[in-house]
Design a protein around this ligand. Structure first.
Ligand code: SAM
Length: 286
């Protein structure tokens, strides 16, 4: 698919349904290339080596066309799997991919079509949650009350404001071009999604995220590290005397160079988004 013909800003403004149409087709072509296949295999290897005992219940949050679900189905032959996504197009293909295992996959896999974040999903049942190459498109029709149900800790908004208003002391290191209001909204939206991830997990459950990145975690500036930690709900220390609610603790982080970052380049057309890969982060639910 020729990505240069896609107006990503326009598509993303249309809400998650774009993954049933233009972005769904784009994602099908992206996710089936060699870089993505290799990354899905790396993530699977990580999960297999991390868990001594096969986890009982695994959720793939925004599972797309089921690339990870199918691998997990093969590797964890006794686990119950749930794939959640807003795209009927991609979920149908996830079903077809699972069908290709030649087994009665419906005995162990449940596919749920819903717009995320969704606070009505069963709480605290998953042992493991995957969130791989997230590109959650906010639902423009989501009623405010839906967000309110999962409302923030009182100081979260103030922490997000501070992290959005602050700029790198060395302007050459500043990676953000958005105005503070846009940046604050995106920090809050990502934190809200992490809150939804935490809600689905049991206490002590494990969340494995593969996030697009340009550098390993230990090479991030203090400010970028704090913004990332706020987004994923793992911020431990107070910021400017304010404390965000900590939902997760980071227990491992590995950086892989990979061409998967071109997913981001297609959207931003910023050449720096061609150089990097993804961060595979393991977090424990507090
Ligand atoms: C970049 S794809 C990643 C898919 C999958 N995790 C993978 O790595 O193959 C992003 C996925 O998020 C889903 N998505 C985006 N916004 C959503 C929303 N608001 N609600 C539910 N699903 C959404 C899309 O349908 C798509 O499957």
């Amino acid at each position: 698919m020729d990505y240069t013909k896609i107006d990503f800003d326009h598509e993303l403004d249309r809400g998650p349904n774009t993954y049933n149409q233009t972005l769904g087709q784009w994602w099908l072509s992206q996710s089936s290339d060699r870089a993505h296949s290799y990354a899905y295999s790396k993530i699977t290897q990580h999960l297999v080596s991390f868990f001594g005992q096969p986890p009982e219940r695994i959720i793939d949050y925004a599972c797309g066309a089921g690339h990870m679900l199918t691998r997990l189905y093969r590797c964890f032959s006794n686990s119950k799997l749930t794939g959640i996504d807003g795209s009927s197009l991609l979920l149908k293909l996830a079903g077809k991919r699972l069908q290709s295992t030649g087994q009665d996959w419906r005995q162990r896999v449940h596919l749920i079509e819903t717009n995320l974040p969704d606070c009505s999903l069963p709480r605290g049942q998953a042992d493991v949650l995957l969130f791989v190459f997230p590109n959650i498109v906010p639902d423009p029709d989501l009623p405010d009350s839906e967000e309110e149900k999962d409302s923030h800790h009182p100081e979260d908004r103030a922490v997000a404001d501070y992290l959005a208003l602050t700029r790198e002391p060395n302007p050459e290191e500043e990676t953000v071009e958005d105005d503070p209001e846009t940046l604050c909204d995106s920090l809050i939206t990502d934190n809200l999604i992490s809150r939804n991830l935490r809600r689905l997990l049991k206490k002590g459950g494990v969340c494995v995220r593969a996030d697009y990145a340009n550098a390993p975690r230990n090479e991030l500036t203090k400010l970028v590290e704090q913004r990332l930690a706020f987004q994923e709900g793992s911020l431990q220390e107070p910021v400017n005397g304010l404390r965000a609610e900590q939902l997760f603790k980071v227990v491992g982080s590995t950086y892989y160079r990979s061409k998967v970052l071109e997913d981001v380049y297609h959207q931003t057309r910023d050449k720096t988004d061609k150089d990097g890969g993804y961060l595979l982060t393991t977090l424990v639910a507090l």
